[in-house]
Every structure is written in structure tokens, then in C-alpha cells.
Ligand binder design. Structure first.
Ligand code: ADP
Ligand code: MG
Length: 324
């Protein structure tokens, strides 16, 4: 992409700096960034590959949006305030319509969270985008996967399963309700990272993770890292009206809510002594928050509810983990 590479960067990815902690942004060999005193730098990187992490027919704007959203979600899960990103974009050709759409989606979200693009790489290759993100937390204050303790309550934001249903619809599943179908696909393509919510959980949550691979699969990381067990109340697992409208079988919709990925909601634990504070701060959140269970001593996840047995049989890959 050698000849046009510089004009692509100049036209689409080089924007005036808007953060005072960016000493030097796009244009030199590397960026120079200032971390404030009393803060720790939190860093993470994610790659989205066409056909694997998003359907090949996804519109460029949604690819740009989502490539940043998944990274912002990692910051949210750490309780970090996102600050700077770098972007490595691999494209088969320098298609301006694609780059324009991609940049539109990417920068709309960057602007929303005051995140600055400070560098990157632009190469010719299969369509893939890698976003490396940085953020701050007060020293020692980050939300980890390892902090859950027996007696803590388990919460989830939003309505997991929607993005998974959106993917099924994109792959040809039918839904009579066009509006619900659109909303589910929207959740797949434009997930809202829970950055504000994650930030406000500092000092309240004992552990947190974002849901990229499915509620159960990701929640299991909290249990593994914290050395705990859990009970989950299936009747409490939140499900959107759109999900229930398009996936009418109760077990199937519950299965999606528990095991489908790509929602980028937060799952976190809160000690009983902090619950009142959670209830107070979460009234300001844009999303719902639902208590779904409790952390216990031991290992494994105990599902409680009428569909527990069916779900244990249906959700493959977790057999080794269910408590007996
Ligand atoms: P180098 O060869 O030194 O790596 P490049 O030609 O790859 O430099 O990039 C020139 C400048 O443009 C660097 O500051 C780099 O960070 C930035 N850059 C390249 N691609 C992108 C991109 N997709 N988004 C943002 N900045 C980019
Ligand atoms: Mg380079």
C-alpha cells in the first residue's frame, strides 16, 4: 500500500490532538504519552478478523465502531478510564469508501469517550483490524478477575444473548418482528461498551469481566481466578423483549443469554456491604443491572431453576465444570 499509505493516514487517521496528555501523536516514529501521577497505565490489545470476528458482509462503519468497542470494553472491565489507542489496519486494497466508513464508526465512538488515536500501522493484507488501547486507574485500584469472595453477589449489565441472536438472524434465522430483529443485529454490530459503569464500580465491585465469549464462559474466569464456586438463579438471568420475541423457545433464549458471545456487557461481583452503594450509583446508568447469583466456597457453578438440567445438557464445553 506504499504510495497511498501516507495519504490514507493523513486524510483519515491523523486528527488534531484533543488531549493534553498526548505529547506527540500520529506522524512520528512513535507517540509520546504522559501518565498522570498516582495513576497506573492499563493496556490491552484485540484483533478482529473478517469472517471470524465479524461477518464478511458487515458494513465498514460497524467494523470501525466494533474494533474500538471491544477494546473499550476491556477498559470498562478493569474499571479504567480509556485514554489512547493505536490502530493497525490490514486491508486487501485501499478502498476509500471502506476507509471512510471505518473511520466514521471508529471516531464516533472515540469521541464519545474522549479517546485519542495516537498512532498505528496501515498495511495491505486480509481485512483485519487490531486496536491497542490504554487507560488509567488510580494506583492499585483496578477491578480484577481475582477478587471475588464467598458471599459476594453476582451481577450482569444489560441483556446478554442479544448479539448472539443477532448473529443467528444475520446467518438466516427468521424473526417475524422486524424491529426486534433489527435491534438484535444492532447489538451485534454496535455494542455499547460499559465504560462509565465500569469506572463507577471502582471501590464497589470485588471483581469484574466483560462478556465477549458468553456469560457462563467469561464468568467462569472470575471463579477460576478467585478460587470460588457460584450459584446462578436461572429465573434472574435478564433477557430482552427483543430476544424473547425472536427466540420464542424458553430454553433456547436462556441458552443464548448464558452462552452466546459478543454482547460486551459486564459481569461483576459485589460484597454485601457495598450493595447499597451499587444500587445508588446504578440508578444513573444507561443500562439495567441484574443480580443473578451468589459466590460460594468450593468449585463449579450450580444452576438453579426449572431448566437447569436441560441447559446443563445443551451447553457443551462446560460439562467438566458443573458442580454435582
Ligand atoms: P513507521 O514506518 O515509522 O512505522 P508508518 O509509515 O507506519 O511509520 O506510520 C507513520 C505514522 O502514521 C506513525 O506515526 C504511525 O503511528 C501513524 N499511523 C500509521 N497508520 C496509522 C493508522 N491506521 N492509524 C493511526 N495512525 C497511523
Ligand atoms: Mg509502521
Amino acid at each position: 500500500m506504499s504510495l497511498s499509505e501516507f495519504s490514507i493516514i493523513e486524510r483519515y487517521f491523523s486528527r488534531p490532538s484533543h488531549r493534553s496528555d498526548v505529547v506527540l501523536g500520529v506522524g512520528d516514529d512513535a507517540a509520546i504519552l504522559q501518565v498522570p501521577q498516582g495513576m497506573q497505565l492499563v493496556a490491552s490489545v484485540d484483533t478482529l478478523i473478517s469472517g471470524r470476528h465479524f461477518p464478511v458482509d458487515t458494513i465498514p462503519e460497524a467494523i470501525g465502531y466494533k474494533s474500538l468497542a471491544v477494546s473499550l470494553s476491556d477498559m470498562a472491565a478493569m474499571g479504567a478510564r480509556p485514554t489512547w489507542v493505536t490502530l493497525s489496519l490490514s486491508m486487501p486494497e485501499a478502498n476509500e469508501a471502506f476507509i471512510n466508513g471505518f473511520a466514521k464508526g471508529f471516531f464516533s465512538l472515540a469521541q464519545q469517550y474522549d479517546v485519542e488515536l495516537v498512532g498505528g500501522d496501515t498495511v495491505r493484507g486480509p481485512l483485519a483490524c487490531t486496536v491497542q488501547i490504554n487507560g488509567f486507574v488510580p494506583t492499585g485500584g483496578a477491578l480484577l478477575r481475582s477478587g471475588a469472595q464467598a458471599g459476594d453477589y453476582i451481577y450482569v449489565t444489560g441483556t446478554p444473548g442479544d448479539a448472539g441472536a443477532g448473529l443467528m438472524l444475520k446467518q438466516g434465522a427468521d424473526c417475524d418482528n422486524t424491529k426486534s430483529a433489527e435491534q438484535l443485529v444492532r447489538q451485534l454490530e454496535y455494542p455499547q461498551p460499559r465504560v462509565t459503569e465500569g469506572n463507577s464500580l471502582l471501590g464497589i465491585a470485588s471483581s469484574a469481566i466483560d462478556i465477549s465469549d458468553g456469560l457462563l464462559a467469561d464468568f467462569k474466569h472470575i471463579l477460576d481466578n478467585s478460587g470460588c464456586a457460584a450459584t446462578l438463579q436461572l429465573d434472574s438471568i435478564p433477557q430482552s423483549d427483543h430476544l424473547k420475541c425472536c427466540i420464542t423457545d424458553e430454553v433456547e433464549s436462556l441458552q443464548l443469554a448464558l452462552s452466546a458471545g459478543d454482547d460486551y456487557e459486564l459481569c461483576f461481583t459485589v460484597p454485601p456491604a457495598r450493595v447499597a452503594e451499587l444500587e445508588r450509583i446504578s440508578t444513573k446508568w444507561e443500562c439495567a443491572v441484574t443480580r443473578i447469583g451468589e459466590i460460594m466456597n468450593g468449585t463449579g457453578i450450580e444452576l438453579i431453576g426449572v431448566h437447569a438440567d436441560q441447559l446443563r445438557d445443551n451447553i457443551s464445553g462446560f460439562d467438566h465444570f458443573w458442580s454435582q
